[in-house]
Design a protein around this ligand. Structure first.
Ligand SMILES: NC(=O)c1ccc[n+]([C@@H]2O[C@H](COP(=O)([O-])OP(=O)(O)OC[C@H]3O[C@@H](n4cnc5c(N)ncnc54)[C@H](OP(=O)(O)O)[C@@H]3O)[C@@H](O)[C@H]2O)c1
Length: 312
């Protein structure tokens, strides 16, 4: 079977650049959307040029020019969107409605992967305000995809290691605490962590796979299903000393929420669902779900003790 041609939308982003690399590594003819809106952003331009050097095609199109999006989509078989969805960075999940319109009109797309890569929004119907906006908007995009009868795969289910592992899952920092570590409740809730490069590898593997057509693919590399306590232990073993543990009850964790800025409130809500409710692990994949490491056992995914070494 020939490999699909892929268009990556959001290719210069945090997960997007890894998806572009994975598409190239897995031998797909790879197109990357180049938005004129990026203007003088030299880092983005340089990154796009480096993709081109590695063999990708750059396609100019703008979200404010529907026809340009239709023309871009017509060049490929598969579209992967990695549009931004982290509030303290940038949040443009609903921009994808324009992309769905373009895909619908183009009529040639065999698979669309919207920007997901987090908690499964379909299971977050009772999420807290204001963080639920992430899930509500991702569900709005899913609804548009399904109403337009666009074939899809939703990839979700894990915490990005760069956001959740290097900092031992502490809020407000991306590096390990030196002395004291906050533990959510008893620290025994199971969480799924994954290296972003592995997330990209699994994501791209799904696109030509009939088993993942119109399914949700959960990323649950078995050895990376860890409690926060186990993660902390891995770090302590690596650095050869124990950190002071400070347990926070769910009530105390949520109490200061109202005084925080909007982006931090979103973050606290998401942490609550992951570390107190166990929203990544408190369900089975079910009939419409698949698990990535079962589908692709050949992927040698990064274990979190190995991931943490760079921080020591
Ligand atoms: N599970 C986790 O731990 C976790 C962590 C972080 C993110 N995520 C999820 O991963 C996904 C991607 O997030 P990210 O952090 O990788 O995103 P990001 O780097 O902040 O942004 C990705 C891309 O979005 C595009 N974009 C931003 N504003 C735009 C606009 N106004 N119009 C059109 N495109 C725009 C840009 O594409 P260009 O390349 O065209 O400039 C940007 O490079 C989101 O769905 C997010 O929720 C999950």
């Amino acid at each position: 079977m020939s490999k699909s041609k892929v268009l990556v939308v959001g290719g210069t982003g945090y997960i997007g650049k890894r998806i572009v690399k994975a598409c190239l590594d897995q031998g797909h003819e790879t197109y990357v959307l180049q938005r004129p809106d990026i203007g003088l952003d030299i880092d983005k331009i340089q990154m796009l040029l480096s993709f081109k050097k590695q063999g990708a095609h750059l396609v100019e199109a703008s979200f404010s020019d529907h026809q340009s999006l239709v023309d871009a989509v017509k060049l490929v078989d598969v579209v992967i969107s990695t549009i931004s969805g982290v509030h303290f960075r940038s949040h443009n999940i609903l921009m994808q409605l324009k992309l769905v319109e373009a895909i619908k009109e183009a009529g040639n797309i065999k698979r669309f992967l919207p920007s997901e890569f987090g908690m499964d929004p379909a299971r977050m119907g009772n999420a807290l305000e204001p963080g639920r906006v992430t899930f509500d908007e991702k569900m709005t995009v899913r609804k548009a995809i399904e109403e337009a009868k666009v074939p899809f795969t939703y990839v979700c289910g894990c915490c990005f290691a760069g956001y959740f592992v290097g900092n031992l899952s502490q809020l407000g920092t991306l590096v390990p605490p030196r002395e004291k570590v906050y533990v959510y409740g008893n620290g025994n809730i199971k969480v799924v962590y994954a290296d972003e490069d592995d997330i990209a590898t699994y994501t791209v593997k799904t696109i030509d796979d009939p088993r993942t057509l119109n399914k949700t693919v959960y990323l649950r590399p078995p050895e990376n299903i860890l409690t926060q306590k186990q993660l902390i232990e891995k770090w302590e073993k690596l650095v050869g000393r124990e950190l002071e543990k400070c347990s926070i009850s769910a009530q105390d964790f949520l109490a200061p929420m109202k005084e925080l800025d909007y982006a931090s409130q979103v973050g606290v809500g998401h942490f609550y669902h992951i570390f107190y409710e166990g929203c990544l692990t408190n369900f089975e994949a079910g009939e419409d779900g698949k698990e990535a490491s079962e589908l692709y056992p050949e992927v040698q995914y990064t274990r979190m003790d190995s991931y943490l070494k760079i921080y020591a």
